[in-house]
Design a protein around this ligand. Sequence first.
Ligand code: SAM
Length: 300
Amino acid sequence: MARQSNDTWNLATSVGATATMAAAGRATASRSDGGVVNDPFAEPLVRAVGIDFFSRLASGDLDFADVGTGWLTDFFAVRARYFDDFLTNAWQAGVRQAVNVASGLDSRAYRLGWPAGSILYEIDRPEVIDFKSATLTTLDAVPTTVLRPVMTDLREDWRAALRAAGFDPAQPTAWLLEGLLIGYLPTDAQDHLLNDITELSAPGSRFAADYVLPTSEFGSDMRTVANTWREHGLDVDLSSLFFEGQRTDVANHLQSQGWESHKSRLRELYNDAGIDGAAFDLVYDETAAITYVTATRRHS
Ligand code: SAM
């Protein structure tokens, strides 16, 4: 079913299921030899959601290669590593306040070694945050930073919810948007989000995201993947989750709004993670045109 501007979901439906998919990817990547990412919470979180296809992937009963998408294990590994490194660099620059925008089943609050004095805000819909918190509690997982959940919808006034949770716009912030700006927000909501983040960003703030270029074929490529998975037993429709329309080039937009931005392609992420990109099918880097951006808010 096509997306609606006011639609809702949980972790087993609609765009919520993509958070379960991403966590299944991290579970798979955590089992592979490279040691690029280690997310011990991904598998139990995915299994708790209960989408059989993703549970089997997360537990290793099924491999991405068995369902025609073997490239995804390394893709999810290097993507997670890129955002892990982004946070490490922000901490090294002295940033102590972070916001994970559309945090899904991300477990960085639990699996990374956060510096003393750090605080992390996680924004997602209430159904997603409630489920993750409850499941991690049953696993006796303990956050390694001060963790403040912000249950809201990014198409609404999320800034008020963030500030009500204690966010301090006077402090530099590390903003992390992993797997969101790839079509999951309406185009105008995405632009508003970037502008709102800019307004809330003190000088020295950091930003990292993956996004699709205005000309990207990512939506149609992901529809192909989703349909292949359906043939292999996935009973959730992931093929029609993207809002259509011309999108801003995120890196260029930030650059024009007082940020110093830097774009990377998937091939560079493989190299940085020490994985020989040439050995893998990087066709999606070229055709889907996912771009990765980090940015730092200028001082003047
Ligand atoms: N960042 C996480 C990761 O990489 O594992 C989750 C990414 S998942 C692909 C997309 C996430 O975006 C989901 O958790 C979904 O709930 C969230 N999301 C999408 N649209 C949203 C909205 N309008 N408001 C709040 N969250 C939203």
